[in-house]
Write a protein that binds this ligand. Structure first.
Ligand code: SF4
Length: 486
């Protein structure tokens, strides 16, 4: 018999049914395959932590696993097709090992839901973006049903589950760098973006919770932490304003804001660098600019996607700002942090983009002199406002040509920004070894710029002073001046 159980919440926080029995003998093993962005990578770690607490072991080898979970991405069609192709590979394995549990979680699971079963009938579990804390229980439901002779398919897509998952104290093997998701979801509604529908409304974690988690990573060896959020600088917008007598923070009406979190993390002993992705121009405040200025652990680098230099396109995208507003925010930011470097995403070929609209993007990229740029050709995503309401009317050839032109503009801008650092001595956090050959390490300057230099593994995780010798459009090379300064 086969049944599909649709539930908004798992039945219990810990594993139930045969999972508990399994935990008494050899632990069941779970393997998580991650697609997509850094937030997904972080969520996969969260999911693995939940399984370990429920008595599972984690394994890096899919062939050793009793449970295989795909943490999926929905940002582009290509990302979803990759997941289905991996799922296809697993069909044969599942035929040989019917006891295997196959689950799909994350953004594609949230978007496609039960339809996943019709394309991949061997999947047992579909769990949305806010279900990772319940995953062991959901797998337990699959196993319990199997034990009762039922071929259950479990679906859990609820968006209002409690996400207060505390990873402080969990074992973590991330080396010198850790990710820290500080908020989830997005309350904006950009017409090309699937995020609001698959990741839900903004939900910020409490500052004390985040500081505790950051301390946990530092105690286990992290030197740099990257703060993650869809719109990381809208952190705290969802938190109720403080009432009389409660602490007032720097955010709107006394709410906590990203600036407060940066200042609190600045106090964490042993933490050397704080990075953040991705910010939204509408939430760039004086408080944030001043926190970046005052906190020497915070990189002077802000990923602040402009997306277009044309007001007509920004309106069609519903980005919530004009070119002039973006420009004024940058003036304010640069007045307080004159040496800040900026990164931007750009969409070319958005519906209705004329030659003049595109020219405006090219000009704005040059005007704001972004150090790093990511250029995307527009493609409609089902479920977004643009896909439903706007004709994808820019021919592919023109999209390709604009893509190339903007990439060339990006290279000019990157080279210009990077060249300005040549001859200077910068404090570099060494992130790892170069895979181009022995004796070269890679790191980031205090301005968030990629740099390579001669050095050995003992430099990884250390702050060193480096003289910048040369620049390309994509980064810097330098020579070590002084050995670790920390
Ligand atoms: S700000 Fe816009 S592009 Fe960014 S996550 Fe929210 S809706 Fe998507």
């Amino acid at each position: 018999m086969s049944t599909t159980r649709v539930q908004s919440k798992a039945t219990a926080p810990e594993i139930v049914g045969s999972g508990s029995e399994a935990a008494e003998s050899a632990p069941r093993r779970v393997h998580v395959v991650t697609f997509g962005c850094q937030m997904n990578k972080y969520d996969s770690l969260l999911a693995e932590g939940r399984f370990r607490r429920a008595g599972y072991a984690t394994t890096d080898r899919m062939e050793d696993a009793d449970v295989v979970l795909f943490n999926t991405c929905s940002v582009r069609e290509h990302a979803e097709e990759r997941t289905f192709s991996w799922l296809g590979e697993l069909k044969r394995v599942k035929a040989e090992r019917p006891d295997l549990v196959v689950g799909v979680m994350g953004c594609m699971a949230q978007r496609v839901g039960e339809e996943i079963f019709s394309r991949a009938g061997h999947v047992d579990l579909v769990a949305g973006t806010r279900q990772f804390a319940s995953l062991p229980a959901l797998v337990g439901d699959v196993l319990a049903a199997r034990n009762a002779g039922d071929r259950a398919r479990v679906v859990a897509l609820g968006m209002d589950d409690d996400l207060a998952v505390d990873r402080a104290g969990e074992p973590w093997a991330g080396g010198s760098h850790a990710w820290l998701t500080v908020m989830r979801g997005c309350d904006l509604n950009c017409t090309y973006c699937i995020v609001p529908s698959v990741r839900g409304r903004v939900l910020s974690y409490p500052i004390d919770h985040l500081v505790r988690e950051a301390r946990g990573y530092v105690e286990q060896g992290a030197r740099a932490i990257t703060l993650l959020g869809q719109t990381v600088n809208s952190y705290g917008e969802d938190v109720p304003a403080p009432s009389a007598g409660e602490r007032r923070w720097s955010g709107r009406q006394g709410r906590p804001g990203l600036a407060d979190l940066l200042r609190e993390l600045q106090q964490v002993d042993g933490l050397a660098r704080i990075r953040m992705i991705t910010a939204h121009p509408s939430y760039v405040t004086e408080a944030l600019a001043e926190a970046i200025r005052d906190c020497d652990k915070v990189e002077r680098f802000l990923p602040l996607p402009a997306q277009s230099g044309s007001d007509a396109m920004l309106r069609a995208m519903k980005r919530g700002y004009t070119v002039d507003l973006y420009r004024r925010r940058m003036e304010m930011l640069r007045a307080r942090v004159p040496d800040i470097e900026l990164a931007s995403d750009w969409i070319v070929g958005f519906p209705g983009e004329s030659d003049a609209d595109f020219d405006a993007s090219e000009a704005f990229l040059a005007e704001q002199a972004f150090a790093v740029n990511y250029v995307f050709k527009y493609s409609p995503r089902p479920g977004t406002g643009a896909a439903e309401r706007l004709a994808d009317d820019v021919p592919e050839e023109i999209k390709k040509e604009r893509n190339q032109r903007l990439l060339r503009a990006s290279e000019r801008s990157g080279l210009q920004r990077n060249s300005a650092h040549v001859g200077a001595t910068r404090r570099v956090l060494v992130d790892g070894l170069s895979d181009r050959g022995e004796g070269v390490v890679l790191g980031r300057t205090e301005h968030g710029l990629a740099i390579s230099l001669k050095g050995e593994a003992d430099l990884v995780g250390r702050i060193v002073e480096v003289r910048v010798e040369s620049a390309s459009a994509y980064g810097l090379t330098g020579t070590l001046q002084t050995y670790p300064q920390d």
